[in-house]
Design a protein around this ligand. Structure first.
Ligand code: FAD
Length: 371
């Protein structure tokens, strides 16, 4: 029997598989499609929460640990696979944040470099920005990662690892459990899947749900309710002929992210439309307007691609990480909402610590899955 069955091969599931395999565990990852093609592909890859002071200390704790882990992770993946996840320290410039004093207080209390800046700094750094920005907050240590390449590198690294099996196009339909004294949940005995159209059942000592926005639905097959809901986000890609921006810029919840090859991403919408992933003309228009209001030269540049992804939304953006209450062998790591890419390395490490009986570096209490 395998030690761990991980359901969902997004960045959260794959990084957990990597952590567990490192200590010699036998791990199977299943995904209903191809790994890292859902939210983990669709995201912008900013290695920080947007307006980080507006999140709870639980999010800051994971983000801080993950930000420290990223350079080593990116370097290891490049060395192992030849695929560069392009971790780029572009800094983050937040324009006209209304709650500047809270932000600066948060930064001082959390050992973050954050500076209040005025127009001369803003335009000295980015002279293509539209006129009229008077104030900003500058965080020079923030990076962005090219998340589709991070996904490719993780898959490639895990495929080389003899302790890890990845089964794509393997959809989990339900989990079955056995209980004592009339309690149904106790032990997950079987995971029922449809693998390339054929029904099969899988077993493992321990089962982990890392199915992003779909995690709540999977747990409901055991009668467990987990408040994780899909929140659609649409984004645009521009491919300008020359470099228009060096810095991640953010205003009014909309942002531009420069990639190494001059590509520019614009994000993002927040929509509650269940599991609908279609793109809309309305979002195209609105994101274009936001992009041009930041960087007028984009009016001359066609939109190259528009896409949508489903964030796993949890209350206050705090993910659920740990053992499901009432179970002996069922765990969850889901609900990272807008921050799954930044939080992933620390979330994976925290759950691996719990699974392996290691002393966790971060207090797991705030992330305990609710019954
Ligand atoms: C537009 C947008 C912008 C974003 N920008 C950022 C950002 O800049 N920075 C940041 O940190 N985060 C960002 N995010 C959030 C981040 O992308 C997510 O929080 C993160 O990717 C969640 O990872 P995950 O592995 O939990 O989920 P996913 O990547 O969605 O992976 C879940 C996997 O589970 C599989 N699965 C589901 N159901 C089943 C089943 N029944 N059987 C088998 N497999 C199943 C799916 O196929 C999928 O591959 C953004 C998200 C969006 C949509």
């Amino acid at each position: 029997m395998n030690d761990f069955l991980i359901i969902g091969g997004g960045v959260i599931g794959l990084l957990l598989a990597r952590e567990l395999a490192t200590v010699g565990a036998q791990v199977v990852v299943v995904d209903q499609g191809q790994c890292c093609q859902e939210s983990s592909w669709a995201g912008g890859g900013i290695v920080s929460p947007l307006y980080p002071w507006r999140y709870s200390p639980a999010v800051t704790a994971l983000a801080s640990q993950a930000q420290q882990a990223y350079p080593k992770l990116a370097a290891e993946l490049l060395a192992e696979t030849g695929i560069d996840p392009e971790l780029e320290y572009t800094g983050l410039l937040m324009l006209d944040a209304a709650d500047e004093s809270e932000a600066l207080q948060w930064a001082a209390g959390n050992a973050k470099t954050m500076q209040s800046v005025t127009a001369s700094f803003i335009y000295g750094r980015e002279n293509g920005l539209a006129p009229g920005f008077r104030r900003g907050l500058w965080m020079p240590d923030i990076a962005n990662i090219r998340n589709p390449r991070l996904g490719q590198a993780l898959v490639s690294s895990l495929r080389r690892n003899p302790r890890v099996q990845i089964h794509e196009y393997t959809r989990v339909l339900s989990l079955q459990s056995e209980g004592a004294n009339g309690e149904a949940l106790r032990t997950v005995t079987q995971v029922n899947v449809l693998r390339e159209g054929k029904a099969e059942s899988l077993v493992a000592d321990r089962v982990v749900i890392t199915a992003g926005a779909w995690s709540g639905g999977l747990l409901s097959t055991l009668g467990v309710s987990l408040p994780v809901v899909p929140v659609k986000g649409q984004m645009l890609l521009y491919r300008p002929a020359r470099r228009l921006l060096d810095t991640i810029v953010l205003t009014d919840g909309r942002y531009l992210i420069p990639r190494r090859d001059n590509h520019l991403l614009v994000g993002s919408t927040l929509e509650h439309t269940d599991f609908d992933k279609s793109t809309t003309q309305e979002a195209l228009h609105s994101l274009r307007q936001s992009a041009q209001a930041l960087l007028p030269e984009l009016a001359q540049c066609p939109v190259h691609t528009q896409w949508a992804g489903l964030r796993p939304g949890a209350p206050n953006g705090v993910p659920f990480i740990g053992k499901v209450a009432g179970s002996e062998n069922l765990y969850v790591n889901a609900g990272h909402y807008r921050n799954g890419l930044v939080l992933a390395p620390a979330s994976a490490q925290l759950l691996a610590d719990l699974l392996l009986g290691r002393e966790p570096v971060i207090d797991p209490a705030p992330y305990a899955p609710t019954p």
